[in-house]
Every structure is written in structure tokens, then in C-alpha cells.
Ligand binder design. Sequence first.
Ligand code: MN
Length: 721
Amino acid sequence: MIRQFELVEAVKAYDPHADEAALNRAYIFTVKAHGGQQRGSGDPYFAHPIEVAGILTRYKLDGDTIVTALLHDTVEDTLATLEDIEKNFGKDVSRLVDGVTKLSQIELQSDATKQAENFRKLVLAMSEDIRVLLVKLADRLHNMRTLAGIAKPEKRARIARETMEIYAPLAERIGMHDLQIELEDLAFAELNPEARDSILKRLEFLREKGGTLVPRIIRALKRTLTKAGIEAEPSGREKNPYSVWRKMQVKNVGFEQLSDIMAFRIVVANEVDCYHALGIIHANYPVVPGRFKDYISLPKPNGYRSLHTAVYGPENQRIEVQIRTREMHEIAEAGVAAHWAYKQSLSRRGPGKKGVATDGKKYRWLRELLDILDHAAGPEEFLEHTKLEMFKDQVFAFTPAGDLIALPHGSSPVDFAYAVHSEIGDTCVGAKVNGRMVPLRSILQNGDQVEIITSKAQTPSPEWERFVVTGKARTRIRRFIRLAQRDQYAGLGRAMLEKAFVRAGSAFAVKAVNRVCKTFHADTVEDLFAAVGDGTLPAGEVVNAVLPGAKTATGKGGKIVPLPRRRKGTGGDDAIPIKGLIRGMAVHFAGCCHPLPGDRIVGIIVTGKGVTIHTIDCETLESFSSQPERWLDVAWDKQSDGGHVARISVIVANEPGSLGDLSTVIGRNDGNISNLKFTSRSEDFFEMTVDIEVRDVKHLTDIIAALRANPLINSVRRARG
Ligand code: MN
């Protein structure tokens, strides 16, 4: 384990301005916080964060990152809180620790490899500051190095798989080549030890067989370059077992057929020397066609720059050669981390630039990454880049089974439900996010685990359309509403036609109506019913078409038939029940008279909009007296759905406490005031209208009676018209 002063010295070596005191405090904080906790191996737990910090010093990361590494498990695994961390180490560190903690709380729960890409995006999206990701990668590296400490083989396998599918590709994505290679090798050793061993043995055999071959080639390359006046440091490197294995899988070839196992790297002083060295190599050795790549003028999206070529080398062996500068080399190994450290050291050198460096510190990481990505070469790389940008507008949530669902930002549980399955969306009644019930209109956050509660009785609600953001959810909801509306109109239209036929002295027969569909350009009899129901086609016209010359109430027969007086006592056996009709669709309640269940009501057909329900004594009805064909006999369905708004007008004494009494009485009687408006105010009295949500007319009558019993309330009556 790295000792306290060693860690501090390591940081000071590359960053003399680092906050030494903070590093010391963080070291002690983590040792104290983790106290007697142990790792699976029996080692003290605090050894882990300290090693993680050590790994990050290798990349010359800033003090805040090292402090974050030391503290990265304290919030999740000890009594320490984010507040403690902010108090002791400041906002930046607490934000970074929070980011790492959140990353640690998500894990790939399902084995589906197809989820891996989404999961990687989730991790990137959650790493708002790239340093969060760097700490997480170092954390994972140390966990992989100490994987043997975990007793359960399934758990080891899961961690190794996750490393292979998620973290190694992420390390690659941000250009941390050496970290990627080590993660892959450790995971490979866990997942497929036999394959790894046999490849290692083969590599060793080749090395022995080659004897001094590699050193001989290195010497020859150096000689060739020196002769041309280029100062260079060639080195030989061996392919690692996992990349050999992957090549064997991808190319579907045996070990013997892999030609480019011998690879050499030439590090030169500057960019010009790179091309110069390339020319010398190509001039002295036969080139293997099709292998030359210039990643200097067209860097890889992760920032990697180098010249690649393959030649038949000094010993007539086919060899791969990479040529790069020292800086390119550091970036190739450490990726974003090196890039950043390098730039930082540059800005420190210029004294005038220091202020700029500090100001931009907060966002520089992201900018750096995006800068690198901006240099994407081909359309394919650009696409990769765009994808990286795009997922910033996405949110990733889990199903209880651990499947990852990608949604646009601002998505609700309803969007989630529809993304899982249309059926689940159609029948969702509630949602639990991270184990807690939440409203369906809540906004999901990255990493949320969402459980959708469904009911067979549920259908999509028109309300949902107001907050869903995915096209799939919106389309399904609209389609449902359209169909439901049509069904309702059709039901209503059929009932209206039945009555119209009876009034015309004839029996209603679907067959007969079916025959006149064409006359009204209706494809089906249901369409015809719907047209009658939504008021675009008067029932009388259909009756006329079926029974030419019949006496109907349309006025077309030449005579307006006034409504019989007895109709005003509505709700008879032939009344159409407002049953299962969804409010806001085919049936609307009039704003003038606020009908309540229990009130005697009548429906007025409004062309194209369905039916408006008025109380039978509503003054508005006067204006429809000359249009009897628009009147519809309706009755309340036995089961009322509650939540109707009633309007009362009240006069109360202008005295302290009178308004309080008003609301107390209404509340005590289970009513809910939804609106209150003063209509006049005098020295002695307030006059106002109050909207109250009630169950039915009986409920309202009870409230009115209770209000009248109050001495401060002068008069109460139901408001009409
Ligand atoms: Mn950890």
C-alpha cells in the first residue's frame, strides 16, 4: 500500500501547486471512515481507495482527482456524507465524489450483451466531468487486479464480463490504451483462462525460437535511422494475449496465421521526424501493401496519433512499425488524461496564462474530449462522435429485470412503459421509481430503476398526452383516444337513431340503416352511427333516407316537432345513460349550470363535438328550444366517477373569520374548493361564487345546508346560467 507521504510526493512531483494539506486530509479521512472494514481478500478496505489514487498519479491527474479517488467509496460504504465531504474538501470534490458514487450504484444486471452499448452511454452520460470516469476506471482497474479476493466465481465472472463489455471499451473510447489493455487482460484471465494460457505459451515459444531476433531488429532499425540523421528510440513490443485472441476470433484464423505478432515502435523528437523516419523505413525495407495509415494528419476520434506501416524488416521478417513523437506516445497510452496533463503543464509554464487555466478548469475536461472528437476523420467516425453528443439528450433507466431502456430527456414513466411494450403502456396505472411510488408525470433520471404497475381495467388517458415525450407513447395514446372517441360516438349515434325511429313510428333495424350507408358516404354502419353521434349527421336525415316521407323532427319534413313537455322530466327508461363515456371526449358538462350526478339533465348535440350536458332548468337551454333534433334524453349512470364541480354563490358578513368559517364548513363536509371569486364587496357583505368539487347533487345539498347553518353566512344558493 502506498504510504501517505509517498502519495503526496508523487503528486507534488508533477504538480508542485497541488494542495498538499487536502491530500493529507483526504488520506486520513478515508482511513478513518473505512476504519476496520475489510475487502474480500481480508485486506483493510482503505488500501483500495489509496491504490486507486496511486493509479491516477500515474496519469499525472490534478489534486482534486486524487482526493476524489481517496474518498470515492466513503459516501456509499461508510457513515460519511456528501455534506461532510463538501465541508472538508469543497464543492468540486464533493461533486466529483457524488458522480463516482452514482456511477458505482448502477451495474449491468442483465447479461444481454446488446445492452452493453447503452450501458456505456449511460456511464458516459453520467460522467459529466470526465474525471469522474477516470476515477471510476481506476477503481475498476484496482478491483480487477484484486479480483481473486472475491470468493464467489459467479460474482467474479460478472465483474469480469462487465469490465470486458463496458469499462475496457470506455477506456478505449477516451484513448487510455494501457488501461484498456490491462483491463482486458485481467478480464480475459478470469473469463477464459485456458485460451489465455495457451496463447501465452505460444508467444513464449516464439520468443525463445526467435532468440535474439527482436534485439537484432531493434539494433538494425536504429542503425538505419541514425545513418539518416534521425535521433530515434526503437523498441519491440509484443501483442497482448487478448488482442491476439480477438484477432483470431474476428479473422477466424489460427495462431500460426497471425502475421503481425512482431511489432516495433519508433519514438522520435518531432512531427517532421515522424514522416522523415517513415520515408527512411520505406526506402530501406520492402513495404507490405495496404498497411500504411496516417493517424497524424487524421487522428482517431479518441485523439490517437501515429504513423502505422508494415514492412519486410531487417531479418526478412514481416513486422509492424508505429512511428510517433513522445507527446503522441503519451497520449496513445494515457489518452485524454495525458492530453490534459500535457496542456496543463504548458499553461503553467507561461506565467500570464495561469489565470486562464484556472478559470477554464471547470469545463476544460469536457472541452478537451470534445476537441478531440471534433477532429474525427471519416463519416463513420463523425457518426461515432455525433452519437457521443446525442446521448447527452438521453436518459437511461432500468427495468426491474435490469434491462436498460434509453429514452429522450424529460421522459416520464408512461414513456418508459410504452418503450418496454405497448401493452404495458396502455394498461399502466402507476410507477415505482427506485422502489418509491411516483406520479406518472414524473421525470425520469439517469440510472432510475422503474417498475410499472399495470391493471387490465386501465386504458390510456388523454391526460397523458400532455406530458409524454416519446413518439411511440404519443401515437399510441392518440390512436386509443381516436378509437375510443369513435366508439363512443357510434354508441351514442346508435342510441339516437333508435329513438328517432321510434319517434317516426317505426322500429330501428341495423340492416335497413346499413343499406343507406352509401347515401351518406359512410363505409360502415359504425361510421354512420359515429357521424350521427358526433352531430355531423342529423338522425332525422337517416330516418328520412330509410323511410322516405316519414315525419321526423329535423324540420326537413316541413314541420318542427316541439319536444313534448314530459321530456323535461328526463331520465326515463329510454334515456341514454352517460355510461362509460369519458369526459372531455364525447360528453362535456356545461360550464353554465355545472350539472351534478343526481341533477335532472338533458344533452344538447353540438356538431362535431358530441354532447353537452345541462341541468334541465338551465337558462341556456332556451336558445335550443327551436332545434328539438339537437336534444338528447340522457340520464346519470348509476356509478358516478366523482369529482364534479358545482358552483354556488354565497353572501357572507364582512367580519373577521367569516371566510375562514366558509372554507372550514366546506372542508369538514368533504368538499374541495377549486375556485373562489368575489363578485361584489360592500361594507357589510362579501358576495362571491365558489366552485366546489363534490360527488353528486346530494353532497352539494348537504354542504349548502351546513353553510346556511352558520351565523356568519348570510345566504347560499346554487349558481345557475
Ligand atoms: Mn471502489
